[in-house]
Design a binder for this molecule. Structure first.
Ligand SMILES: C[S@@+](CC[C@H](N)C(=O)[O-])C[C@H]1O[C@@H](n2cnc3c(N)ncnc32)[C@H](O)[C@@H]1O
Length: 375
């Protein structure tokens, strides 16, 4: 068991949790998970087998005020287009809740509404690199505008490639935000780097080998595209020391062509689910209780654990340097006041549910906290 000094601990919530790659990374630096959400039943099976609890389901159905207080919100949400026109118009009208209009119907909206309600001290959002250029950059612009201008977080983002720590080319965008103004810089990805030899199993069942038919098809397809000046259709990795695989995707279960391992003179083989786990930096005691197809999808969807852990450590270091519980309580009270109208209903039309202690604080301080100044 990893032991941490008491002041290294912090709480976090794990949204779009998948199989818990991000949870593993945050727990590895002292984080304590207080809530998780994932709606895919098979991903939940893997999550439960490894973390002993089943995530809550569909995030769109969860009232933000039912989520326990937390220091950090973590989530890798699916990427969807937004309407930039909505944001511009709402800003022009001085409407500080423009993200409700601009991102309604997207999963990012649910991250924004939870940030607004809970005001955690920090967040980490992870996504595919294409999020930055998605819809001509408009999606990313809307996200940054929402986080910075509307939710008042101090935001930094970068693209990190897992190949600094793992033998896999995997570029992802990482967006980090802090509620207070802090000195945060993304860390360098440095340290021991696993090689393909570390990832590959010694004995592999013959079922992972491609059939002659599929191998011939892939070679023919690649030759056709090479002739047209396009890249190779499959990714054969031969160098076990310096070799780097392509990005493991959730579609790997289909034919495995993006990452193939040579076997003698015949057709190559695909990776086993355990090798996929290792390629994403999961330890060997991570249980895989699902079928190969589900396992390929789950590891392809997951994060490169050591990369997230490096970022998580940097976030934790900022948090433990600047512990300010008073600011946290004040921020949460302020949010509840912003979100509740006189009928005790939230902006989402649901009945506001406050932890009893917070509700008392709200009642006793309501008179002293003018809403107009509470942004
Ligand atoms: C890119 S994966 C994140 C994987 C995770 N970071 C990990 O390490 O395994 C996105 C996840 O969001 C889940 N998801 C999508 N829509 C959801 C929703 N409405 N509620 C809960 N989970 C959702 C998907 O099932 C998928 O597992």
């Amino acid at each position: 068991m990893i032991m941490f000094a008491r002041d290294m601990s912090f709480s976090f919530i794990d949204l779009f949790a998948g199989i818990g790659g991000t949870r593993m990374a945050f727990e590895g630096v002292g984080g304590r998970c207080v809530f998780s959400s994932e709606w895919d039943a098979w991903a939940c099976d893997t999550y439960e087998a490894n973390f002993g609890e089943r995530p809550s389901g569909d995030i769109t159905e969860i009232d933000a005020f039912d989520i326990p207080q937390h220091d950090v919100l973590v989530g890798g949400f699916p990427c969807q287009p937004f309407s930039i026109a909505g944001v511009t118009k709402n800003n022009a009208l001085g409407n500080e809740h423009g993200f409700r209009h601009a991102t309604q119907g997207t999963l990012f909206f649910h991250i924004a509404r939870i940030l607004e309600a809970s005001r955690p001290r920090a967040f980490l959002l992870e996504n595919v690199k294409n999020l930055v250029s998605h819809d001509k950059g408009r999606t990313f612009e809307t996200i940054l505008r929402t986080l910075q201008d509307e939710l008042s977080y101090s935001v930094k983002w970068t693209i990190l490639d897992a190949q600094a720590l793992l033998p896999q080319h995997r570029q992802r965008v990482y967006i980090v935000g802090f509620r207070d103004a802090v000195d945060f810089e993304f860390p360098e990805l440095s340290g021991a780097r696993a090689t393909l030899s570390d990832v590959l199993e010694k004995r592999v069942a013959s079922k992972y080998r491609l059939t002659e038919h599929l191998w011939n098809y892939l070679q023919g397809y690649a030759a056709k595209h090479r002739a047209k000046g396009n890249g190779f259709g499959y990714g054969l990795v031969t160098d076990r020391v310096n070799g780097v695989t392509r990005t493991l995707s959730a579609r790997y279960y289909k034919d495995g062509s993006e990452i193939l391992i040579p076997v003698g003179s015949g057709p190559p083989r695909r990776l086993t689910p355990r090798e996929c786990a290792r390629l994403q930096g999961f330890p060997d005691d991570f249980e895989i209780p699902v079928s190969d197809t589900q396992a390929y999808k789950q590891f392809g969807n997951s994060v490169a654990v050591p990369v997230v852990q490096t970022v998580a450590r940097a976030i934790r270091d900022v948090l433990v340097k600047r512990r300010s519980p008073d600011a946290y309580v004040q921020g949460r009270m302020r949010t509840i006041l912003i979100n509740s109208n006189r009928n005790g209903r939230t902006n989402h039309g649901q009945k506001a549910k406050f932890p009893r202690k917070t509700a008392e604080l709200v009642r006793t301080t309501q008179a002293n906290l003018p809403l107009a100044n509470s942004k």
